[in-house]
Write a protein that binds this ligand. Structure first.
Ligand SMILES: Cc1ncc(COP(=O)(O)O)c(C=O)c1O
Length: 469
């Protein structure tokens, strides 16, 4: 231990958060329709599995792309040998065009501003290495993606200062919350280097309003700091209001080539929109040439392999395919989100109205035994161990109000989602019945003046659970 670095022995990675613990529990007992029908259903993983048939059918029709061939001639040697591994020009072009297409071609992107990285994880960290270090802070609206503690802080030494958002306005960013976070960082003797937002938001599943985006641009202009917009979910916006990229706001406000223009950076990845987290394809798009040059050098530590780039450049250059994919992906996500929302409604649970993402931000405050984070953990454990659903508690996303949970809907089949909702419904009614029993007992006690010892039991839930399948 004494010979290891402080980095490996410190606890700032965030691996012990309930977000990751839930995954570990799932791994021990994963649900399988045939092999393990009583296992845990994974609803804590923001994966998009709804369009694999489209990807696979494209692969079947384009064998050259998968078998290292161009016009039926092998290019294996070309791909395997050393080359400008910071990015194949054809892939960079295909990627920026895809990014523009997702934004309805309202903005365009230049390959000279693009840096390829091994996913958005690497993009966010690389960007942080370019902008901040120990003693610096980045402001982040809550609730936020739990992985940011690892990506932004762990190896860079920088700090996150939360911008406290609340359910009272649907967790939107306000001027006073921004200012309070800025003051808080200063109180902690931290130098604020920027604001990072995810748009659409993980975990809220909502797009940012024009008003919020304008507010952010005004704020970073005024404070002379950076703005990072993680737009990894930009292709998942399935209903109105439409997605507005930060680049579109800068363009509309004619801020191109101003000082703030150089301080705005976009993070992107194909992990969510194309459902390819295993391929590790991400990117930084920056208007600052120094950031682009430094991030390019740093990206040597996490590059995208040539064969992945070759395959995806062929796929993303196929405009007929991308058009169909984007449109079908939206429709399927919308349909699936509806199924989750209506399933939750049947269990008497509501969620924040959403129009994007692979999850809903679910309100279970009424199921807490008290308005505390201890009660949230207690409820979460029951949902994982008794109901056998792995969902993510709001506290792992740094939400300031107990009782919110992120529930994913695009990483499973419709039947599995249906089963998950049945399990949740019977759990909620068991709590309701128990609460009712509790109330009845109290009334009887009052009436008869008899001494009762009340023990909260979930037996009724378990009994129903057995009969469920
Ligand atoms: C907001 C956000 N940023 C970054 C990432 C990391 O994505 P990648 O798989 O591309 O590294 C995620 C993954 O869930 C995310 O939700």
């Amino acid at each position: 231990m004494g010979l290891l670095s402080r980095k490996v022995t410190c606890n700032s990675h965030g691996q012990d958060s309930s977000y990751f613990l839930g995954w570990q529990e799932y791994e021990k007992n994963p649900y399988d329709e045939v092999k393990n029908p009583k296992g845990i259903i994974q609803m804590g993983l923001a994966e998009n599995q709804l369009c694999f048939d489209l990807l696979e059918s494209w692969l079947a029709k384009n064998p050259d792309a998968v078998s290292f061939k161009r016009e039926e001639q092998s290019i294996f040697k070309e791909l395997a040998l050393f080359q400008d591994y910071h990015g194949l020009p054809a892939f960079k072009k295909a990627l920026v065009d895809f990014m523009a297409e997702i934004r309805g071609n309202k903005v365009s992107f230049d390959t000279d501003h693009l840096v390829l990285t091994a996913g958005a994880t690497s993009a966010n960290e690389t960007l942080m290495f370019c902008l901040a270090e120990k003693g610096d802070a980045i402001l982040l609206p809550t609730p936020y993606y739990p992985g940011f503690d690892r990506d932004l802080k762990w190896r860079t030494g920088a700090e996150i200062v939360p911008i406290q958002c609340s359910s009272s306005n649907g967790f939107q960013i306000t001027e006073s919350a921004l200012e309070a976070a800025y003051q808080e960082a200063q109180r902690k003797n931290l130098r604020v280097k920027g604001v990072l937002v995810t748009n659409p938001s993980n975990p809220l599943g909502t797009t940012m309003s024009r008003n919020e985006l304008d507010l952010l641009v005004n704020f970073v202009t005024d404070k002379e700091i950076h703005l990072i917009s993680d737009e990894i979910y930009s292709g998942t916006v399935f209903s109105s209001p439409a997605f507005v990229s930060i680049m579109e706001v800068l363009k509309d406000r004619k801020l191109e080539n101003t000082q703030v223009w150089e301080r705005v950076h976009v993070v992107y990845s194909l992990s969510k929109d194309l459902g390819l987290p295993g391929f590790r394809v991400g990117a930084i798009y920056s208007n600052d040439p120094i950031v682009v040059a430094s991030a390019t050098k740093m990206s040597s530590f996490g590059l995208v392999s040539s064969q992945t780039q070759y395959l995806l450049s062929a796929m993303l250059s196929d405009k007929k395919f991308t058009k169909e994919y984007i449109s079908k992906n939206h429709k399927r996500l919308q349909k699936r989100q509806n199924k989750l929302v209506s399933g939750l409604e049947k269990a008497g649970i509501s969620c924040l109205e959403s129009n994007a993402g692979l999850f809903c931000w679910v309100d279970m405050r009424h199921l807490l035994s008290s308005n505390t984070f201890e009660a949230e953990m207690e409820l979460w454990k029951r949902i994982v161990y008794d109901v056998k659903l792995n969902i993510s508690p709001g506290s792992s996303c740094h939400c300031t109000e107990p009782g919110w949970f992120r529930v994913c809907f695009a990483n499973m089949s419709e039947d599995t989602l249906k089963l998950a909702m049945q399990r949740l419904k019977s759990f909620v009614s068991s709590i309701t019945i128990d609460n009712q029993t509790h109330q009845d007992l109290k009334n009887m006690r009052k009436k008869n003046r008899t001494k009762w010892v009340f023990r909260l039991s979930f037996q009724s839930f378990h009994d129903r659970e057995q009969g469920e399948r």
